[in-house]
Design a protein around this ligand. Structure first.
Ligand SMILES: Cc1cc2nc3c(=O)[nH]c(=O)nc-3n(C[C@H](O)[C@H](O)[C@H](O)COP(=O)(O)O)c2cc1C
Length: 218
């Protein structure tokens, strides 16, 4: 990062609004992470948050997308009209970032978006926001945790407060992932109820912790 020191604004969490503001920002090529994002948003909304769910822009060249029918179908038919902007990050008190696992880390499309946050970073606008991460991969040992941890690195640099999922609910004791919502998509299967429930719980938890720090009424 170049261009000067980060300036702490002192209070990026304004606390002047009634419900915690949660932004769920994600990349998805074939819909798995999108389904998890929606579940996380559902949990947050049920817990009383104002929620924005936004994919980041698709940046892959058409010839790469065309080689995968499911990818092409998602690009053509996904339900999102708006992509994530820096204003969404500035608006939010709590931020959930999601990505498919790509070679053990987050997708370049998400990273590309996050790499545009230098201006917000420099003004300290992301300090003290609450952050949590989730992912989908195709194999159990294919890098779920390394992806979540790599995303969390961004939160550390922003000065945000990382909210791990932990084993904070009995549902997570069986096959939950304490690092964050995770799904192993065998043969391109869509996220199952267990994974979606973990993501809902992650949305609830992010909202609860955000509310505690923002200090807004329930
Ligand atoms: C280029 C590429 C790299 C991938 N790398 C991994 C990987 O390292 N580990 C893994 O388990 N799955 C890997 N996958 C599989 C995706 O993470 C998995 O299919 C995911 O569920 C897709 O999520 P989406 O439907 O939201 O795009 C990779 C897929 C692609 C296209």
């Amino acid at each position: 990062m170049t261009g000067g020191d980060q300036v702490s604004s002192g209070n990026p969490i304004s606390g002047d609004h009634l419900a915690p503001r949660i932004a769920v920002v994600f990349y998805s090529a074939t819909g798995n992470v999108a389904a998890m994002a929606e579940a996380l948003a559902e949990g947050a909304a049920k817990e009383g948050a104002q929620v924005r769910v936004r994919p980041v822009a698709e940046l892959a060249p058409a010839e790469a997308i065309d080689r995968n029918l499911r990818w092409r179908a998602w690009v053509e038919d996904n339900p999102y009209d708006e992509t994530a902007t820096l204003a969404d990050l500035e608006w939010a008190d709590g931020i959930a970032l999601g990505s498919p696992t790509r070679f053990g880390g987050p997708a370049g499309q998400l990273k590309e978006f996050l790499d545009t946050t230098g201006g917000l970073w420099m003004q300290g606008k992301l300090v003290d926001k609450l952050g949590t991460a989730f992912t989908s991969a195709s194999t159990r040992h294919g890098g779920l945790e390394s992806t979540i941890l790599a995303i969390n690195n961004i939160f550390y640099h922003w000065g945000s407060i990382v909210v791990p999922l932990g084993y904070t609910d009995p549902h997570l004791m069986e096959s939950g992932n304490p690092y964050g919502g995770s799904f192993v998509s065998r043969k391109s299967a869509a996220p199952d109820d267990e994974a979606l429930q973990a993501c809902r719980l992650q949305g609830v938890r992010l909202t609860q912790v955000t509310r505690r720090l923002v200090g807004t009424p329930t």
